[in-house]
Design a protein around this ligand. Sequence first.
Ligand SMILES: CC(=O)SCCNC(=O)CCNC(=O)[C@H](O)C(C)(C)COP(=O)(O)OP(=O)(O)OC[C@H]1O[C@@H](n2cnc3c(N)ncnc32)[C@H](O)[C@@H]1OP(=O)(O)O
Length: 418
Amino acid sequence: MSPEIRTLDETDVADWVRALHTGFHLAPSVTDEEVAARRAAYDLARTRGAFDQGRCVATFRSMPRELTVPGGAFLAASAITNVSVTATHRRRGLASRLMAADLADAKERGEAVAILVAAEYPIYGRFGFGPATWVADWEVDLPRAALDPRYAGPDDGGRVDLVGVDEVRKAGPALHDRVRALTPGAIDRTPGWWEIATGERVFASQPWTEPFFAMHRDAAGEVQGLVAYTTVDHPWPGKLPRVDAKVRQLIAATPAAEQALWRFLLSLDWVTRLDTNHRAPDDVLPLLLGDPRAARTETLADFMWLRVLDVPVALSARTYGGAPTRLVLDVRDTAGLAGGRFVLETDAAGAGRCTPSTAADEPELTLDVADLGCLYLGDESVSRLAALGRVAEDRPGAVRAADALFRTARRPWCPDVF
Ligand SMILES: CC(=O)SCCNC(=O)CCNC(=O)[C@H](O)C(C)(C)COP(=O)(O)OP(=O)(O)OC[C@H]1O[C@@H](n2cnc3c(N)ncnc32)[C@H](O)[C@@H]1OP(=O)(O)O
């Protein structure tokens, strides 16, 4: 008999957490503390499993999140996570069944998009997701990484101070709310996120080490930036002593705060390597250096994938570039969730209004819903997808017009792993 797919009740949680740990090869069993910590964080109505003869063999969970879209609006998104299938049950369609059930619920709830961080590239395209944001990670050779004198200051007259976790708990959430409004691709951080980031809530499977925290305040004393970083000491004997630093998070609401925090990190004495960790692919960091090659790209990869569930709501939420335009889009969606013909009309201020089209409208661009996911936050180029044959130009000039509409000046970025 085929495994049963359903949401959890209280009695399923421990077995579900065990299956999650098995699916991600973390450990064959879990402690009661781990189960309790995860139970406290989960909404069981959005947590699904597949059960074979009563035993959980697949896991899936989604969370309500606000996704910042170009222009700064927050869009209701379903953030999918913890997708796993036990090795004995793979390639029998369990992930597909869990995904179908969760996406149908998300659409029903009015979440206009679903988002996730893809463990592997080939998994999610088939479900209508496309890579919508990218991530970069640089390793900076600090002795070589002198600042470009143009960025040595002065800045906004502010200052950087090392602070303790209490101050981060107090000021971090409000700062992040301002930063995410400026960052298309960012999502909101729940109180639970901050509890994990500041060591208030610890999962046994993810031990917490206290990072150094530093804050930037502007001349008026307002918090404008926050960085958390850890260090690893490689002492004698063996190689020459060396300290590496790794950024855990760096968020800033102003360019001055962003530069001040990077300057602070680049000036840490006795640190030879700085791992920037998870940054936007067009982060300013390399250009702050006199020799940008001192920042070696370690990772440049797709990060957050996006699936449009409601085309009119999603396309009406973001702003657009270029001149006022009317564009007719044919969106193909084999899952039957979001497809159809739509008219996008934009005005001189960049506002957009998307509505289902009438029968009289001829399509101007035809594309799959997964490719709309690639384009939605402004990162991908319509021309590039058209060159691959993934966007069909039904009216000459429509690709160029769509590029002017969709592409954004800075690349979208999701600062958080979820
Ligand atoms: C958001 C997140 O949580 S990302 C984390 C994803 N999880 C992991 O990487 C943990 C390890 N992997 C797994 O647990 C599983 O392999 C999963 C969850 C990725 C896939 O689960 P399955 O139940 O095997 O997937 P399912 O049987 O529904 O596969 C559907 C299709 O996707 C394909 N597919 C699934 N996973 C992969 C993969 N990793 N690579 C390539 N193709 C894949 C299958 O071959 C199948 O193709 P077909 O329809 O042409 O036959």
